[in-house]
Design a protein around this ligand. Structure first.
Ligand SMILES: *Cc1c(COP(=O)(O)O)cnc(C)c1O
Length: 370
């Protein structure tokens, strides 16, 4: 079976984790601090705070911005449900907006419509889908005009950039995930990046039971969470981060091969915005127009031929929870309807062979023609 993805774990990673396990110091400590510095340096942010998952990063970012009951937070309709769940978990209301057909990212025109309807928006969470940058220039401009905070859901976008500025350094806060399906893994894990010292301090407090990190005697200044990262995960993150460039380049070469193989087919790869670098967390294509109905059969037939694929990500407003809660129906987010029906994730990982890529594309084209 050609898998959809494969984490890259080498002897360095294993040794780093084993060393920490042998040291007896397992929870958040020097290795987490070291990993945080490496993340801050990579993103170009003044502060990085490591946490237990990408979802925890988003949750704490909203808490640190005082998002709570009565607040509205703009979320793209097409993303992993965590992007919306954290808003609900803060007691606020997600306001879904549609995406762009080519990049799958939040559409600035849909954001304009949303802001005209609901002036009480407190924050926007643009997502960089599969590591392709959202139109941050346009989003930042609107956020500044309306005095709205921006939290980047950069879960898939470590190493991505737009106009030379890294993902995670555009918004007030950037949130990354280190789940095994992401660019760099710590098993589970995440990080919050920011250049705002107050936000960074609040996130540090909230991840650790609300304990005041500046106080000489233990004191608690908020009802916080335990969203800490373990020290063996911090050590793993550091050795993983050292390989980020190599791993991303390997995926980029393979993405270029897919691009050539798909060029004369009716299958369209996700577009990368001009002036941006895609981190290529996943390689997602759109099946030909009208082929959405065929997708389950395409995926099942590919599987029979030893090729694993998945759908893209989720149409959040049409999941049972949000559909019921917001009374959404097909047609409310027409571009998301279309992309969510036609998207297909192809296998992409550092040592995928060119022969296997040819096999994938040949099988896909044959099945679609059938
Ligand atoms: C993976 C992902 C998350 C959640 O990250 P976890 O580390 O799994 O909690 C959130 N948003 C997006 C866009 C993701 O891809």
């Amino acid at each position: 079976m050609i898998p959809i993805a494969r984490p890259f774990i080498d002897a360095d990673d294993v040794a780093a984790v084993v060393d920490v396990l042998r040291s007896g110091h397992l929870v958040q400590g020097a290795h987490v601090a070291h990993f945080e510095q490496a993340c801050a340096d990579l993103v170009g942010a003044a502060h990085a705070v490591a946490v237990s998952s990408g979802t925890a990063a988003l949750h704490l970012a909203l808490h640190a911005l005082d998002v709570g009951p009565g607040d509205v937070v703009v979320v793209p309709a097409y993303s992993w449900p965590a992007t919306a769940n954290v808003v609900v978990l803060c007691g606020a209301e997600p306001l879904f907006v549609d995406i762009e057909q080519a990049t799958f990212a939040l559409a600035p025109s849909a954001l304009d419509d949303a802001l005209a309807k609901k002036p009480q928006v407190k924050a926007i969470i643009p997502v960089h889908p599969f590591g392709a940058m959202a139109d941050m220039g346009a989003i930042e401009h609107r956020a500044a005009q309306h005095g709205i905070a921006v939290v980047e859901d950069a879960a898939c976008a470590l190493g991505a950039e737009l106009k030379g500025r890294a993902a995670g350094r555009w918004g007030d806060v950037g949130c990354f995930s280190f789940h095994p399906r992401k660019s760099v893994t710590t098993g589970e894990g995440g990080v919050v990046t920011t250049s705002d010292a107050t936000i960074a301090a609040r996130v540090r407090t909230l991840r650790n039971h609300g304990q005041d990190s500046g106080s000489p005697v233990p004191d608690f200044v908020a009802a916080g969470f335990n969203y800490r990262m373990t020290d063996f995960q911090g050590a793993l993150g550091t050795t993983q981060l050292a390989k980020l460039r190599t791993m991303t380049e390997a995926r980029r070469e393979r993405a270029e091969i897919y691009g050539q193989l798909l060029a004369c087919t009716a299958v369209t790869p996700q577009a990368t915005p001009p002036g941006s670098v895609h981190s290529l967390q996943s390689y997602v294509v759109l099946l030909p127009e009208g082929a959405g109905d065929k997708r389950p059969r395409v995926m099942a037939t590919l599987r029979e031929r030893g090729i694993e694929t998945t759908v893209g990500t989720c149409h959040i407003p049409l999941t049972t929870y949000y559909r019921t809660r917001g009374r959404f129906s097909p047609g409310d987010f027409p571009v998301t309807d279309d992309v969510a029906a036609r998207a297909l994730t192809l296998p992409l990982f550092h040592d995928l062979t060119a022969q296997d890529q040819e096999r994938v594309v040949r099988a896909l084209v044959e099945i679609l023609a059938d």
